[in-house]
Design a protein around this ligand. Structure first.
Ligand code: UT7
Length: 333
């Protein structure tokens, strides 16, 4: 008997507060026109009192309920985040487990920046196919506003807060199985996208704080070019390897970093507009949360049905990148 991993459910949560481009015009030297033209972003959500685990727990509870499970049936909790509740310990996955009253469970975080959710998918698949776990909760949750320098117009216009989660469960039905996940990294590009402190290189001290090392730094244009090149190649490879035509994928769900990156990769694959899921205009870049938040929007709008194929691609700090092709194996909304 072979065991496969099925993508059973999706959930997401976004904080209430909306930060518009017009709001940003009052904070830094930018314009609504520039932001829309260069990124596609119109607004993003900002968590005020809520922390990463609050948003992650809300998204996760929805995903567990929609999978038709009770919380005690979850046997692995994986949280992908680069804005954890605590930078060293405990992991945000353990805090979320506590908030959901999931006890005596294996729980850990994944640090793969924007690629974290798809990395989590590969981990869930491996645990399930090896027979070690049955119901894995994967969460992408970010309070990116907590590491943004609100005086840096090159980064502060891009990011937003939110969370998404999915339950990946064991199945014997091969038609429900995750088809493939590619997860990759190249550490030669460490300084492209980095939050230098706190860490063992730049510990928390006044000098490092005064230097602003606690904020995200990005070489935007270089990252942009690498993202388009790398993602186009990676997505073409995963489709070719699995003998799938881009035209036959109803739902291309890319990481929402920049509309121009999504368009360039979509065009290279010959994707039609109706195949591409876009949420960047309303949420900005929510890092590890962006793909599950986009899946959830599609699902709640009634656009994602049992058995339909999804294609993910993502790129982020590390550098890391990943792609996946899989059917949705959850109940219709
Ligand atoms: O999710 C993880 C991966 N992240 C990404 O993939 C993000 C990749 N990068 C990007 O999305 C884009 O590079 C940005 C949106 C960050 C920047 O767009 P760009 O087309 O690469 O612009 P640029 O950095 O080359 O800057 C062009 C100009 C510069 O002015 P000069 O030197 O031409 O006078 C910037 O100073 O735009 C200026 N600029 C801005 N102007 C108004 C940069 N940020 C802003 C701003 N408002 N917010």
């Amino acid at each position: 008997m072979s065991l496969y991993a099925a993508f059973r459910s999706i959930g997401a949560y976004v904080p209430e507060k909306i930060l518009t481009n017009a709001d940003l015009e009052t904070m830094v030297d930018t314009s609504d026109e520039w932001i829309i033209k260069r990124t596609g972003i119109k607004e993003r959500r900002i968590a005020e009192e809520e922390v990463t685990s609050d948003m992650g727990a809300k998204a996760a509870q929805l995903a567990i309920d929609r999978a038709g499970l009770t919380n005690d049936q979850i046997d692995l909790v994986v949280c992908a985040t680069v804005t954890p509740d605590y930078f060293n310990m405990p992991s945000t996955a353990t805090v979320i487990s506590d908030k959901l009253n999931i006890r005596n469970v294996q729980a850990f975080d994944i640090s793969a920046a924007c690629s974290g959710f798809v990395y989590g998918l590969s981990v869930a698949r491996a645990f399930i196919e090896s027979g070690m776990k049955k119901n894995v909760l994967i969460i992408g949750a970010e309070k990116f506003s907590s590491i943004v320098d609100w005086t840096d117009r090159g980064t502060c216009i891009l990011f937003g807060d939110g969370a998404g989660a999915a339950v990946i469960s064991a199945t014997e039905d091969k038609s429900e199985a995750i088809i493939d996940v590619h997860a990759s990294a190249d550490g030669a590009y460490t300084d492209m996208l980095i939050t230098p402190a706190p860490g063992s290189v730049h510990p928390m001290n006044q000098a490092n704080l005064d230097a602003g090392l606690q904020y995200v730094q990005m070489k935007g244009n270089e990252t942009f070019k690498l993202a388009v090149k790398t993602l186009t190649k990676d997505v073409k490879e995963i489709l070719e390897k699995n003998n799938i035509n881009a035209a036959d994928i109803p739902h291309f769900i890319p990481h929402q970093a920049n509309y121009r990156i999504i368009k360039a990769v979509g065009d290279a694959l010959g994707m039609r507009e109706d195949q591409v899921v876009l949420t960047i205009h309303k949420y900005g870049n929510t890092s590890a949360a962006s793909i599950p938040m986009a899946i959830n929007d599609l699902y709640e709008a009634g656009g994602l049905k049992y058995g339909e194929l999804m294609l993910f691609d993502t790129f982020g700090g590390g550098l890391t990148w990943a792609s996946a092709v899989l059917p949705f194996a959850g109940k219709d909304v």
